[in-house]
Write a protein of this length. Structure first.
Ligand SMILES: O=C(O)CCC(=O)C(=O)O
Length: 267
């Protein structure tokens, strides 16, 4: 990294997302992709995946793909996660697969009809919560412009946190109206949604209190990603209760010893 470039953590803090290149080699990408494609197709039923337009997201913890577990243990992946979380961490959930096939989801930045949302409103300051978890999305196929990429308004999390701290009426309204558009954004926030594009094998981190959303996929190539949620062991201890919510009994039972340690179920 050159002196003037920001670290992934600095970029994440500033923009609410950051891309980390080259987490997986081509063989791992191909094997992971094949496992995903065996389960998720345009006709996978709603009992297996949540359906949002042409986007399919596996229903976890019941649905899991054992072949994806081992990726959570890869040194290159852990090296990318380590600076994003303060202190020791564990994998705090079943890897979630998201595939966006060609078709409509949340609009496109290019058409200026994209609609962002927040994954809930923050109840604590960014500085306190941002590095308690890291939501790492790993790409199993190239994610090209207009190819269904996660789209984010860079820096929007700052505006969200400021509003939450200063404006109870805004919070009240935004609890009910969780749609952000150019016409109905956040005062002071530039409306410049950016697609998070990357190559197969790359990963990106994103912050759910940024204005973000999936976008339409206009390409033939599906957008194929798996989401690994790492959490601070101190903030989210691996209690029996937590593990029971995060992983199915069948998944826990079939895990390798190393994977059990990674999720915090070593006992
Ligand atoms: O699929 C994506 O890229 C974004 C999904 C999304 O908007 C969300 O998880 O809240």
């Amino acid at each position: 990294m050159k002196a003037h470039e920001s670290s992934p953590r600095e970029a994440f803090d500033r923009d609410g997302y950051c891309v980390v290149a080259g987490l997986l080699d081509a063989a791992t990408v191909a094997a992971g992709r094949a496992a995903i494609e065996r389960l998720v197709t345009p006709s996978t039923p709603e009992s297996v995946t949540y359906i949002w337009g042409s986007r399919r997201q596996t229903r976890t913890p019941g649905v899991f793909i054992p072949e994806l577990d081992e990726i959570a243990l890869r040194p290159r992946v852990l090296e990318a996660v380590a600076p994003m979380i303060d202190g020791p961490f564990r994998l705090g959930g079943t890897p979630i697969v998201v595939v966006t096939f060609r078709g409509k989801v949340g609009g496109n930045a290019q058409d200026d009809n994209w609609i962002g949302h927040l994954d809930g409103l923050p109840t604590e300051p960014f500085e306190k919560i941002a590095h308690q978890r890291a939501s790492l999305w790993v790409a199993f196929a190239d994610v090209a412009p207009t190819g269904g990429a996660m789209t984010v308004v860079p820096g929007s999390h700052r505006h969200v946190h400021q509003r939450v701290a200063a404006d109870p009426a805004w919070v009240e309204r935004r609890r009910k109206e969780n749609q952000y558009t150019r016409q109905d954004g956040i005062e002071g926030m530039a409306w410049n949604p950016v697609e998070i594009t990357c190559k197969a094998g790359d990963g990106f981190f994103y912050y759910g209190h940024s204005v973000h959303s999936a976008s339409d996929n206009r390409l033939e190539q599906p957008r194929i990603v798996a989401l690994y949620n790492y959490v601070s062991r101190a903030a989210f201890p691996a209690t029996q209760e937590a593990l029971a919510k995060e992983f199915s009994p069948e998944h826990l039972k079939g895990m390798s010893p190393a994977m059990r340690r990674m999720v915090g179920a070593e006992g």
